[in-house]
Design a protein around this ligand. Structure first.
Ligand code: GLA
Length: 718
């Protein structure tokens, strides 16, 4: 049992393999957070808090019992806790004060399902605690959920608000996860960026006041990934306390951290209040998206591996665990200049070189000869494919290669038949000029008629076309968020309903085309999040395929996401074998693909690519399913070193990438601590043998002081 309730103390205890989480329902029906950290078997609840001047209290309870002082499981606006709140409801009387008090609990196997939102998948060990609270005046019930993933050391939090009163209430702020910690000597680690420079690393000490990462862009964004961590000042890859957080959602979010007057830290993860409100009529309920957290007492490496295991086992669809296709993508080679004849030749070459799949990127539909037109018109361009899509795809597949296609369902160009027929179907505010971005507008995915139109178009265009893969793109952020479909009082719901519309269409694709896999993308890593990972096998990590930048982006993305999710392409080797080798060794860190003009490559390059593809197949399972150990972070050093270990520790893939000029001749000792001491390993690429003991002490690695130098060592037990 990972969840227990002790009647003697009124304590709820949630245990995972290496962590414990405790809170109680006090005699006065407040939920008091008590502990989250290393797994423990005994716990002594603290005395009541000290009195603080200005702290509000109920006369009936006495002045030691103020919601502004104690650590809470969920905090409510307006009734005494002045710290940043997790839930704000406005009643029909116009006030926004609530007093939710503990009512009851239930422990059950499995989880509560979030009705159309992505959610962590359960296994036979998953358990959930449901705690019910009631606000006596609005008569709303609040269900707090704690789902425990014992093996992965993950606890997830989400809530359901149900209006059992006889008047409407408006949810004005909704945060799925609250964690109150009784210290503040922490750093905050987060990933910020821009297009196409995602996943830059930031580590700063917490300060008094509120610090936050947020997206108001309608998608999680390149600018702030929803992952973040709070860690002790001295935490390293292998040592120190680290709390990691993430959100299973792909739209606007707010992740807040507040350090308060008591030097305590409050962490909140959720939808926030700026881009969200939601009206609940009597009888209605609202499910929040799910937030997840993990704790590691042994540094960032352990936190990352907890998240990696969790994402692989509980977030990604099952097909993501099978080998991913090694794709040849047309984008950087052809841009919009898609031609049937060229693609057939691409397929011939790709088959010879051992590729699994040819992916036809943008430019195959409507009047899509450039990025000014065509989005929304999901019918094949007959000038480019005179016989239609089906015979073309069949001809490609007859060559012995699978076929994938690019789509961007959420968007419309003003220069499109769709926009001319339905200008009211894009997000806009009546009378205002909606802003363009990449010459496109955003379809109102909160409108069920738009979703129906998209389904009909794709059904028709893809009827009997044997597709194996969709690349689902999204190339701008949301502005002018107004929906012609929803009434004035529900306009603040549109961003959330937009995401639910996107999720419903993604789910429909999965069901309608069960033999095809999905790769998601948003101008690269603009929606690199757990919500999207629920539907697709991988995400196009970044539009940036420069290997130096990619080394950094991939290393930092791995803080929170497993390599299984990272689509990594070799591009533009400029006819240089050395450059090809370097780019390949950077790309093997994730799920390998290529994005280059295969017909323009010389024979030497093609022979080498063929070897690379064969070689990658030998060890790709390590990236897909293995455990990742970072040895040298490119954030701090001009090179990167890491290895993947198989679960049995019989195989390792060690990679070293020099990304800026290192000191020539310098040698670095790289320790493979997971090697088994009584075993002999052999490098499958050079034949060199090592004892496990020597690997644990470290392999000496010469740095050449060259930007384009990278090495991989593939060790296998013999
Ligand atoms: C985005 C994607 C690219 C490519 C183009 C096509 O930028 O990230 O990989 O698909 O769109 O327009």
């Amino acid at each position: 049992m990972s969840i227990s309730f002790f009647t003697s103390t009124n304590q709820f205890v949630l245990n995972t393999k290496r962590t414990t989480y405790i809170f109680d329902a006090s005699k006065d029906r407040f939920l008091r957070h008590l502990y989250y950290g290393k797994r423990i078997s005994e716990f002594q609840a603290p005395e009541d808090n000290d009195y603080y001047n200005f702290a509000p209290y109920l006369a009936t309870l006495g002045d030691r019992w103020s919601t502004d002082i104690f650590s809470q499981e969920c905090s409510f606006f307006g009734s005494g806790d002045f710290r940043t709140d997790a839930l704000r409801l406005r009643g029909a009387d116009g006030t926004s004060v609530t007093d939710f008090l503990y009512d009851s609990y239930r422990i059950f196997n499995g989880r509560y399902s979030l009705e159309g939102l992505p959610e962590a998948r359960v296994d036979e060990t998953t358990q959930t605690l449901e705690v019910t609270l009631v606000d006596p005046i609005t008569k709303c019930r609040l269900f707090l959920y704690y789902t425990v993933f014992e093996k992965e050391d993950i606890i997830s939090r989400y809530m359901v608000i149900e209006n059992r009163g006889d008047a409407f209430v408006k949810i004005e702020k909704c945060m799925s996860l609250t964690l109150d910690l009784d210290r503040c000597d922490y750093d905050m680690v987060s990933l910020y960026g821009s297009h196409p420079h995602e996943c830059n690393y930031q580590r700063v000490p917490l300060h008094h006041g509120t610090q936050a990462i947020t997206s108001r862009r309608g998608s999680t964004s390149h600018q702030y990934n929803p992952f973040f961590a709070i860690c002790s000042h001295k935490a390293t890859e292998e040592k120190g306390d680290v709390y990691g957080f993430n959100f299973v959602y792909s739209g606007c979010f707010l992740n807040e951290v507040e350090v308060d007057q008591q030097n305590h830290t409050r962490v909140l993860v959720g939808l926030g209040s700026e881009c969200f409100s939601y009206t609940l009529d009597p009888g209605d309920h609202f499910c929040s998206p799910e937030a997840v957290m993990t704790y590691s007492s042994s540094g960032f490496g352990c936190m990352s591996r907890n998240f990696h295991r969790f994402v692989r086992t509980h977030i990604l669809p099952p097909e993501a665990l099978k080998p991913h296709p090694i794709v040849l993508n047309t984008w950087e080679a052809c841009l919009f200049n898609i031609q049937e004849e060229t693609l057939l030749q691409f397929a011939d070459e790709a088959t010879k070189l051992g590729f699994d799949m040819l992916v036809m990127d943008d430019g195959w539909f409507g009047a899509r000869n450039h990025d000014h037109a065509g989005l929304g018109d999901w019918f094949v361009n007959l000038k480019k494919f005179p016989k239609g899509l089906k015979p073309f795809v069949e001809e490609i597949k007859a060559k012995g290669i699978r076929f994938g296609i690019w789509i961007e369902p959420e968007m419309v160009n003003p220069d499109s038949d769709l926009y001319r027929a339905h200008p009211e179907w894009c997000l806009h505010v009546s009378g205002r000029e909606a802003k363009l971005s990449r010459n496109q507008l955003v379809l109102d995915m909160s409108n069920p008629n738009v979703i129906d139109y998209l389904k009909e178009s794709f059904l028709k265009t893809f009827e009997d076309v044997p597709l194996d893969y969709f690349k689902w793109d999204m190339n701008r952020h949301l502005t002018d968020v107004g929906s012609a479909y929803w009434s004035a009082d529900r306009q603040d719901e549109v961003r959330f309903r937009y995401m639910k519309g996107v999720y419903s269409l993604l789910q429909w694709f999965r069901e309608q085309y069960p033999n095809a896999v999905i790769e998601t993308c948003s101008g690269g890593g603009g929606r690199y999040d757990l919500g999207m990972m629920y539907y697709g096998i991988q995400i196009w990590t970044s539009d940036n395929t420069n290997p130096y930048d990619r080394t950094m982006i991939q290393a930092n993305a791995m803080l929170a996401y497993p390599a299984t999710t990272m689509s990594c392409h070799v591009s533009n080797p400029k006819d240089s074998l050395k450059s090809l080798d370097y780019r390949y060794k950077v790309a093997v860190g994730g799920m390998l693909g290529y994005e280059l003009h295969i017909l323009k490559m010389n024979d030497e390059i093609k022979v080498e690519m063929k070897k690379q593809i064969q070689q990658y197949r030998d060890f790709e399972h390590l990236m897909r399913l293995g455990e990742h150990y970072s040895l040298v972070s490119p954030v701090y050093y001009p090179y990167s070193a890491y290895y993947y270990a198989s679960e049995t520790r019989d195989e390792f893939l060690l990679t070293v990438i020099e990304k800026a000029d290192c000191k020539e001749g310098k040698t670095k000792l790289l320790k493979i601590r997971q090697a088994k001491s009584n075993v002999i390993y052999q490098d499958q690429l050079t034949g060199t043998k090592y004892t496990g003991e020597s690997l644990r002490h470290g392999i000496s690695f010469p740095l050449l002081g060259e930007r384009d130098h990278a090495e991989i060592v593939y060790l296998k037990k013999i």
